[in-house]
Design a protein around this ligand. Sequence first.
Ligand code: CA
Length: 226
Amino acid sequence: MKLLLVEDEPELAHSIASFLEQVGFRVEQAPEFAQAMEKIALYNYDCLLVDLGLPDGNGLDIIRALRKQESATGVLVISARNAVDDRITGLNLGADDYLSKPFHLAELNARVQAILRRRQFGGKAAIRFAEICVHTAERQVFAGNQVLELTRKEYDLLLFFLANKYRVVTREAIAEHLLGDDADQMDDFNFIYSHVKNLRKKLATGGAGDYVQAVYGIGYKFTDQV
Ligand code: CA
């Protein structure tokens, strides 16, 4: 799962990013308004963490711009402002939740996880697809009763497939999701091929069916339909 952290206080941004990376997220950062606007125009994120008071703009305008794109990206407002007005405006603009500073990083993580569950997986704590079951809080993957040992990239790839099941996902989108925003400098997608191959192998070893269809020249589709 890829997040964009928009926070101008360097120390806070650093501690949030390292905590969330430790629990398995990929975290991109934009300490300034202009940078955040550029990034949401260029890249896709699963969730934005937005501070409202930025040196060169207002975080509310980032939410506004994101919602104008009709993107499914989740939004968590993190702000020192306790003003009810900001909270209401943020929520009205389409933010999913609001967390006032100071907060505990564990609570921040729990709220981001809850937003992602609601937005991508219908609010369920366990994501099921045929005999595959993923417990996102524990990052555990089962095929039937068997626990699968996936690498971080394989896990991210599986979750990306599950969030986009029955849809074609391009190699470019997978690269951006797995490697982060720098992936657009890449011209060789072989690494995706090997992650897909390893994921398929592990799912098969666990007794799961093969749901990864290659879409020639474009990418993949995760489906149980022929
Ligand atoms: Ca700030």
